[in-house]
Design a protein around this ligand. Structure first.
Ligand code: TXA
Ligand code: MG
Length: 316
């Protein structure tokens, strides 16, 4: 536990400077990014990274994303390549993470990569996140700021609900715009989609002029969010529902009658931004959750991936 509780910092220059100081001391700070709130620790400091796993209760084989403020910063830690350059030019800063070979002398704690010889890196688009990274002048390892296996946080209140007293501070900067985690592309071997997310697969393939190998459950566990049951609310989740049965609350998409709608206009971007906070809200009802069908193209693929994990059989 943090002796004086978790500090709430405002996203102004003094709050950002204070957050960077806490990171420098090896403490943990949750911060807003455009995707979800991240739980940050200095990626070069093994103890800081270990305390991320501890605060989340995360299985230690699941490696973390290193957040940096620019392409130049990323190049200090990973071996750059033409596809990396093309994707960075198109989507950085933004909700894209690239997995690349670690560079000699990288200085990243092996706890960040869980012993792999590759590193997941991303330059977030969020102004406050980048100001924090620049102020630290170093890489920040940050998983989503929620206890392991639970719903990802898209507001500071979500972070506090899950991690209050377990981290030094929360840098509050309102709700996250994208609302879904970054897309993860593996570029250490054949280009592959390791996790669908905030940048659609189709957009990435059009930049690389190639089709990506799409990770399937059952592939080797080198990658993201592979635990089947993940993003799980307390109550059971049922997908592709046409209506609520029994005690269920119905989460809808488009023009359907339901208890809560991800996007009445049927827009996938709006639905993505609302997804996790909708799950948080429905979770507080304590009732089982049914979800109407969501188209599987563009951001819909990422939304459905998260929902399938929320609906998967639980480990315990
Ligand atoms: O939008 C996001 O990506 C958010 C914000 C905070 O940036 N972060 C996030 O982190 O979603 P996390 O830890 O919840 O998910 C990172 C995923 C994990 O599933 C992990 O397995 C994968 O990235 N990953 C990390 N390093 C990897 C590597 N070297 N090779 C393959 N997968 C890796
Ligand atoms: Mg997560």
């Amino acid at each position: 536990m943090i002796p004086n509780g978790t500090l709430e910092l405002t996203a102004d220059p003094s709050g950002i400077a204070q957050a960077a100081d806490l990171l420098r001391q090896g403490l943990l700070v949750a911060f807003a990014t455009e995707t979800v709130y991240g739980l940050g620790g200095d990626a070069r400091n093994g103890e800081a990274v270990a305390s991320i796993y501890a605060a989340k209760g995360r299985p230690s084989f699941n490696p973390l994303i290193a957040h940096v403020d620019s392409i130049e910063s990323a190049q200090r830690y990973v071996e750059w390549s033409d596809p990396a350059e093309a994707l960075a030019a198109a989507f950085w800063p933004g909700p894209l993470t690239m997995v690349l070979p670690l560079r000699d002398g990288h200085g990243i704690s092996p706890l960040v990569t869980a012993g792999l010889d590759t590193l997941a890196v991303r330059v977030p688009a969020h102004g406050t996140a980048r100001a924090l990274l620049s102020s630290l002048d170093g890489p920040v390892a940050a998983p989503s700021a929620n206890p392991s296996g639970q719903i990802s946080p898209t507001t500071a209140e979500h972070v506090r609900a899950g991690l209050d007293g377990r981290i030094a501070a929360i840098l509050d900067d309102g709700p996250c715009g994208v609302g879904l985690e970054s897309t993860i592309v593996g570029l250490a071997g054949e280009p592959s989609l390791l996790r669908p997310g905030g940048v659609a697969l189709e957009q990435i393939e059009s930049i690389l002029h190639a089709q990506l190998h799409v990770h399937q459950a059952g592939d080797l566990l080198t990658a993201p969010g592979q635990l089947q049951s993940h993003y799980a609310p307390d109550a059971p989740v049922r997908l592709n529902a046409t209506n609520a049965q029994g005690d269920e609350v119905l989460l809808g998409f488009g023009s359907v009658a339901c208890d809560l709608n991800l996007s009445e206009k049927g827009e996938l971007t709006e639905a993505a931004a609302n997804l996790f906070s909708a799950l948080h809200t429905l979770n507080t009802t304590g009732r089982p959750i049914a979800v109407t069908p969501i188209p599987d193209h563009g951001l819909g693929a990422a939304i459905n991936d998260r929902l399938r994990r929320a609906a998967a059989p639980r480990d315990s």
